[in-house]
Design a protein around this ligand. Structure first.
Ligand SMILES: NC(=O)c1ccc[n+]([C@@H]2O[C@H](COP(=O)([O-])OP(=O)(O)OC[C@H]3O[C@@H](n4cnc5c(N)ncnc54)[C@H](OP(=O)(O)O)[C@@H]3O)[C@@H](O)[C@H]2O)c1
Length: 214
């Protein structure tokens, strides 16, 4: 069976950018939100096969599910969506456990914990891959960097899920993925985001990404 239905939980900049991008690449997209009526106009104006539903409708719709909600609310959103709607699926986790104050991004927790691990623990029958969280929404699909496009930084416990993620990333315009390990590596993929914000402030750019070179 060819997977072509994607459920995107989140209607902010990330949810909408991913929704437009996946639809452009021929996916059947459903965006999940607490307020589907508020997104009807977005769906009408977006080219491709796009619909809007509740979090549980979007999770159930997807052969693959993307989590793209406010970090603080992400665990509650998984519960609202119904953990059974994620069973056996690849779940791409784009979230970051951040709060913003005094012009800075701060991690809500980290070091020995991460949102990626918390999400995987909440839906143990799904394969969570941390993906998209280290780049800005406008670069998530068909990225355009001044320099060579780096591979997307990803992590997760399931090797098959990471292979599938890389295949999908190539389809979406990335050269591939850099697998940085099991889901515990989400601690570090999340922790580099405050650094990404500081680098952006200092360079005056918001389209940058990190790359490991050797
Ligand atoms: N912005 C970026 O470029 C970027 C880049 C990489 C990663 N990220 C990460 O991606 C995620 C989404 O970011 P974003 O910029 O699109 O916007 P956001 O404001 O972080 O998230 C908006 C989404 O969160 C949901 N939400 C907020 N509070 C909620 C609550 N109390 N209960 C349930 N749902 C709630 C909203 O639901 P409704 O639809 O119901 O309003 C909406 O779908 C975040 O975790 C962020 O750190 C963002």
């Amino acid at each position: 069976m060819v997977e072509n239905r994607i459920g995107i939980l989140g209607s902010g900049d990330v949810g909408r950018a991913l929704g437009r991008g996946f639809a452009r690449h021929g996916w059947d997209v459903m965006l999940g939100t607490r307020s589907p009526d508020a997104l009807e106009q977005w769906a009408d104006e977006t080219t491709g096969t796009v619909s809007v539903g509740t979090f549980d409708e979007a999770a159930s719709h997807g052969d693959i599910v993307v989590l793209a909600v406010l970090g603080e609310a992400a665990e509650a959103v998984v519960d609202m969506a119904g953990p059974e709607n994620f069973e056996g699926k690849l779940v791409l986790d784009a979230t970051n456990p951040l709060e913003f104050s005094e012009g800075e991004a701060h991690l809500l927790y980290g070091g020995t914990d991460s949102l990626g691990e918390r999400i995987q623990a909440r839906i143990p029958d799904a394969s969570v891959v941390k993906c998209f969280n280290t780049v800005t929404n406008s670069q998530m699909i068909d990225p355009e960097f001044d320099a060579e496009t780096p591979p997307m930084l990803i992590c997760g416990d399931d090797p098959w899920a990471k292979e599938r993620t890389e295949e999908m990333l190539v389809e979406l315009g990335w050269p591939g993925a850099m697998d940085v390990g099991d889901i515990k590596s989400a601690r570090y993929l999340e922790a580099i985001v405050p650094l990404w914000v500081r680098v952006g402030s200092n360079l005056g750019t918001w389209s940058h990404a990190f790359k490991a070179v050797q």
